[in-house]
Write a protein of this length. Structure first.
Ligand code: NAI
Length: 779
């Protein structure tokens, strides 16, 4: 006689399909969809099929959006803008609440529709996608209510073009639409071509709640429609999708003045320490890589296990793998559904084959896959070396690599051995260790003893090639708002860089100064051996080094090496900044005289001293936050330095402009490579002794003089520069944005402004990026 335990263990699950009649009737009634423009559906144009990936059967026909469709949608959004932006936050909040409630009423319908269209298990669309989408509208209704208090003087960008992927179709829509509307923007959203249906259902909900026409417009279509939206007359682009397309969009928007946020790919580490609760970590892997068939940008796709437990962990993991149920997504017992599209399935096959060809060993669940549809058995890849394509490329399927490490340092090194920086998951019962590792991994989101937890109140977004900008919480709202703008000032006449460079020595008669570069805390000669004459009123006032690419590369290397600066406390950085202020104050008269003699305002010196005191004060006060997330976590938002920031300073206000940009950057723990005003580089180069006597570690501030745009271009192209600030003309700004696309560095192109008022939170925000860390709390 088998025992009850044995019976329970051998018993198979009976099918428990969710009813789909209501959704199929809805689809049958619509049949072919047009776009949703100006509050109504357009007539279908040229259409393509939206298929059910679990069966390959068509669900509906949707329209391939043309340029004209995009133009019409943008026009409708533009027309709706003044009224929508003119509403009070409270009034907009009412609309967002109404949307949230209507979504809630349709929870089951939307879950089934999402599962049919995307292939994800109904359990996930029902328990994760749809509830979280609703939560986003509620949360952002709250931001609309509070906007006047919490974002005083801010204005919406205007019309936002939003392009979303197919892995969380309705949820990504909510992530984009809710903050945009709360902030007073109107939107044109393009859903992914594989999964347009919940967006179209959402459009119906907008019509049903009576949302003013044109506030939300939805245009379906593929990448061509997306490209048309990027090129259209919109004020902001928000994109989630592949890094490759993110890069195209960065280049396409360069110099357009359109605001941009990019949420791109990842290859996130999942680190299991020897003292981890291994069973919990195994369940973590289930949520990390077998959730949503692994089609998750922040999937824990690189498992790194401590060598001492790796064997045990792998054994438990493979046992768990064997129990995963793959099959009908509508079945409530299904763990893993279908891959979104045959094309994506092919991509997964190709990458896994490449991984195997490069020596990795695939362990795959021996499950019976359904005869039709796009299914892939979940698995893990063992023995993949760091250069294996499966370790490097985003597979976006239900397979993670598993490799081992010996020490925490090695774990960090492996974790950061990627061009991405989206998320990381850390498993250890030792919170001290886990928090230490959290500080060291390059990731925008870190989960401790958890993975793939999301909430509207917490920021989400990446570092490095995973993109820039955050979605969710206050920081997400900020990306849909423009700060009160300072008045732009005309740029002072740029300095003359002599066409014929002169050798640095000997100094010609009448020339009273020869500056040097400042790299790694030392003064050095330029690689070219040349200097250029700096003139004032036709008189040569000195020679400044003509820096070149090599000098910039040396400066970046020195800045890179000074990484300790990001780790010292805010208090310590404040001390150095106070010191700079005091040492400059001791030489105030001398600096004033020099500025005066070269036609600049001596007042810049006093203002620079104040600025140094100001950022010294801020260095230990630019606090992060603890987020009120729905789950029991202490979810902290930490302001982290970028690393190395390249700064091209304004020609106007050569001392104060330089200080206004460099000081907040270093106050937040960044290292800087600065290009001072070419017309008066001495204002910056005269500071070397001030820096040297103020305990500023070598390499924290590096200064390379010379032609601004040429040097800035090298900085923008450099992979070790994480962010680039550029103050100059619009042509230069466009160049910087385009050149920064290679490693997707965040750029800040700012016009010349009144530098006497150029300080505050804006600079500190720009000087830091938020890392969100989810720590267990309570039960
Ligand atoms: P994709 O990046 O091509 O598609 C995402 C969205 O961008 C879709 O709406 C698409 O129509 C649109 N799009 C495509 N080309 C465009 C262009 N030139 N201009 C504007 N919009 C454009 O992603 P795809 O091809 O569906 O998937 C390819 C790979 O990308 C996946 O295997 C995965 O590795 C990665 N991916 C990452 C996502 C993430 O959330 N990080 C989401 C989707 C895909």
């Amino acid at each position: 006689m088998p025992t009850v335990k044995e019976i329970l263990e051998t018993m198979d699950y009976g099918p428990a399909p969710e009813a789909s009649g209501e959704v199929t009737a809805w689809l049958a009634a619509r049949g072919r969809f047009g776009h949703f423009i100006n509050g109504a559906f357009t007539k279908p144009g040229e259409t393509f099929a939206a298929d059910n990936p679990a069966t390959g059967e068509p669900l509906a026909e949707v329209t391939q959006g043309t340029e004209d469709d995009i133009t019409a949608a943008v026009k409708a959004a533009r027309k709706a803008l003044p009224k929508w932006a003119g509403l009070s936050g409270h009034e907009r909040a009412q609309w967002l609440y109404a949307i949230a409630r209507h979504l809630q009423k349709r929870e089951r319908f939307l879950s089934v529709l999402e599962t049919l269209d995307n292939g994800k298990p109904i359990r996930e669309s029902r328990d994760v996608d749809v509830p979280l989408a609703i939560r986003h509208f509620y949360h952002h209704a709250g931001w609309a209510e509070l906007i006047e208090d919490e974002f005083p003087g801010h204005t919406p960008h205007g019309v936002c073009g939003q392009i979303i992927p197919w892995n969380f179709p309705l949820l990504m829509l909510a992530w984009k639409v809710a903050p945009a509307l709360a902030a007073g923007n109107t939107v044109v959203l393009k859903p992914a071509e594989y999964t347009p249906l919940t967006a179209l259902a959402f459009a119906e909900i907008c019509a049903e709640v009576g949302l003013p026409k044109g506030v939300v417009n939805i245009v379906t279509g593929d990448g061509r429609t997306g490209a048309a939206l990027v090129a259209a007359e919109v004020d902001k682009i928000a994109f989630t999708g592949s890094t490759e397309v993110g890069r195209l969009i960065r280049r396409a928007t360069a110099g357009s003045g359109k605001a941009l946020t990019l949420e791109l790919g990842g290859k996130s580490p999942f680190i299991v320490f020897a003292d981890a609760d291994l069973d919990a970590a195994v369940e973590g892997v289930v949520d990390a890589i077998w959730f949503n068939q692994g089609q998750v940008c922040c999937a824990g796709s690189r498992i790194l296990a401590a060598e001492s437990v790796a064997e045990d962990f792998t054994r438990r993991l493979t046992a768990r793998l064997a129990k995963l149920r793959v099959g009908d997504p509508l079945d409530k017992c299904t763990d893993m559904g279908a891959i979104v599209h045959p094309v994506q399935l092919g991509r997964i096959h190709d990458l896994i084959s490449a991984g195997e060809a490069a020596g990795a060993r695939l362990i795959q669940a021996e499950c019976q896959l359904p005869p039709k549809g796009s299914f892939y058995a979940p698995g893990i890849l063992l023995d993949a070396h760091p250069a294996n394509p499966a370790m490097v490329e985003e597979i976006f399927g239900p397979v993670a690599t598993l490799s081992t490490f010996r020490t925490p340092d090695e774990a960090v090194e492996l974790a950061n051995n990627t061009r991405y920086g989206l998320s990381a998951s850390i498993w250890s019962e030792n919170l001290t260790l886990a928090m230490d590792i959290a500080a060291k991994v390059k990731a925008g989101v870190v989960w401790i003893n958890a993975t793939n937890v999301f909430d509207a109140a917490a920021g989400f977004g990446g570092m490095r090639e995973s993109g820039f900008g955050r979605e969710g919480g206050r920081e997400g709202m900020a990306t849909y708002l423009r700060r009160p703008s300072p008045t732009a000032q005309p740029e002072a006449a740029a300095g003359r860089l002599d066409a014929a460079p002169q050798t640095g020595s000997p100094a010609a008669p009448g020339i009273d100064r020869t500056a040097k570069l400042y790299i790694g805390g030392k003064q050095s000669r330029p690689d070219s051996g040349y200097s250029y004459a700096v003139t004032y009123k036709g008189r040569e006032i000195g020679l400044a080094p003509l820096g070149n690419r090599k000098d910039i590369r040396n400066a970046v290397e020195a800045a890179h090496k000074a990484s300790g600066w990001g780790k010292v406390t805010g208090h310590n950085r404040a001390q150095v900044l106070y010191y700079i202020a005091e040492n400059l104050a001791a030489r105030q008269a001398e600096f004033e005289a020099r500025l005066h003699d070269t036609g600049h305002s001596p007042k810049e010196v006093a203002a620079t001293i104040r600025r140094a005191f100001y950022y010294a004060a801020w260095a230990d006060k630019f606090d992060g936050a603890v987020k009120s997330t729905k789950t029991r976590n202490v979810t902290v938002a930490m302001n982290e330095p970028w690393g190395v920031i390249g700064i091209a300073c304004p020609d106007a206000a050569p001392l104060l402009g330089f200080a206004s940009l460099v000081l907040p950057a270093i106050a937040m723990g960044n290292r800087v490579v600065a290009i001072p005003a070419a017309s008066m580089p001495f204002a910056a180069t005269d500071l070397y002794q001030v820096f040297d006597t103020s305990d500023l570690p070598g390499g924290v501030v590096n200064i390379v003089t010379g032609p601004r745009d040429e040097l800035a271009k090298t900085l923008a192209q450099h992979d070790d520069v994480a962010a680039m600030w550029y103050c100059g003309g619009s042509e230069g700004a466009a160049m910087i944005e385009a050149e920064s696309a290679a490693n997707l560095k965040a750029t800040w192109t700012l016009p010349n402004r009144d530098w006497s008022a150029a300080q505050g939170r804006e600079f500190l925000d720009r000087a830091s990026q938020i890392k969100t860390i989810w720590v267990p709390y309570g039960e």
